[in-house]
Design a protein around this ligand. Structure first.
Ligand SMILES: *Cc1c(COP(=O)(O)O)cnc(C)c1O
Length: 328
């Protein structure tokens, strides 16, 4: 581990064998593992805790008094940023790219309890949200504050340093790791893993449909992150699987639900419909097509996101999937 930082994230996270899931995918015993970055703590856990370790340290070093970020209505990053601000005694403003919900659910419940200033920006999309974050920082500066802006997902080279830490941690836990499979939202997690492992061929990112430029963003950010961490330029080509994003970000498909059920019913492992369900669907396909061999040592990165299960959208999807009267 490169450093313990501010102590926001509970690390090292456990690595667990998934032998029943491996058997379902015709993989050898011990070949398939899960790294539980859903257990990092910070108001519900997830991959953003590791990024926030570095981002918040940077904010404090710069003398900032207000963390500012944004995302979709069910953003995990926004929720965890609000929690980090409270832990550190900083103010926080979050921008959510949706209208005000009629009833709060999932992450929004946690946002309301954590109490950051919330800017409901309307359905402005990915780049519109980034613009709204910048405009919010302007307003805060005019009010005499010193904001620390973070892009969607905390996707900067500084944030990605959290996944250099995770790569070091994983190498110590699983020295013969051959492939890490992760969801790609903003792409920062993938970039940090590549920088930390030093070989882009060791990471398969599964695009969940959040942004259109991952094929450029991930390699560029991996190189910048490696330089920032004092690591060599990563070898190999970055691979992003674009085949499991479904029609849009946060819209799960039949195969997303099938992957979520598979993990739940073989391992008791709960995935989410926005990120990790799509990532596991990508892993299943990679195994079916032979991209993953029977004996390859593969680590599925569980990046969190469980709060998004507890939304009206999930209730509606499952009522349709299982039938309204079915309580299985
Ligand atoms: C943000 C997020 C991701 C994607 O991480 P990026 O670094 O933005 O690509 C994956 N899973 C969950 C649960 C997330 O909240």
């Amino acid at each position: 581990m490169t450093r313990r930082g501010l102590g926001l994230a509970h690390v090292p996270t456990p690595v667990e064998a998934m032998d029943r899931l491996a058997a379902a995918l015709d993989m050898a015993e011990g070949a398939l593992l899960v790294k539980r970055d859903d257990m990092t703590g910070l108001a519900g856990g997830g991959n953003k805790a590791r990024k926030l370790e570095h981002l918040c340290a940077d904010a404090l070093a710069q003398g900032c008094d207000t963390l500012v970020t944004g995302g979709g209505r069910q953003s995990n990053h926004v929720r965890m940023t609000a929690a980090a601000a409270n832990r550190l005694g900083l103010a926080c403003t979050i921008v959510l790219s949706s209208g005000t919900p009629d009833l709060p659910s999932g992450n929004v419940i946690l946002d309301l309890l954590l109490g950051p200033e919330i800017v409901w920006a309307g359905p402005v999309g990915y780049s519109g949200t980034e613009e709204a974050i910048a405009a919010t920082c302007e307003r805060l500066r005019a009010e005499g504050r010193t904001p620390y802006p973070m892009p969607i997902g905390g996707a900067t080279p500084v944030g990605a340093l959290g996944y250099v830490d995770a790569a070091d941690e994983l190498r110590a836990q699983v020295p013969d790791v051959a492939l890490v499979v992760t969801a790609d939202g903003s792409g920062g997690t993938h970039a940090g893993l590549v920088a930390g492992l030093g070989d882009a061929g060791m990471v398969l990112g599964v695009d969940v449909g959040a942004r259109g430029d991952l094929d450029d963003y991930v390699p560029a950010t991996a190189a910048k992150t490696a330089a920032l961490a004092g690591r060599p330029e990563p070898a190999g080509d970055v691979t992003v699987d674009h085949d499991h994003a479904g029609p849009d970000y946060a819209v799960p498909t039949e195969e997303t639900w099938a992957a979520i059920e598979l993990a739940a019913r073989t391992e008791g492992l709960v995935l989410d419909p926005v990120y990790t369900g799509k990532a596991l669907a990508g892993l299943v396909t990679a195994r079916r097509t032979g991209r993953i061999g029977r004996h390859d040592r593969v680590v599925f990165l569980h990046t969190g996101g469980t709060p998004a299960l507890f939304t009206a959208a999930t209730s509606r999807a499952l009522a349709e999937r299982y039938g309204p009267g079915d309580c299985r």
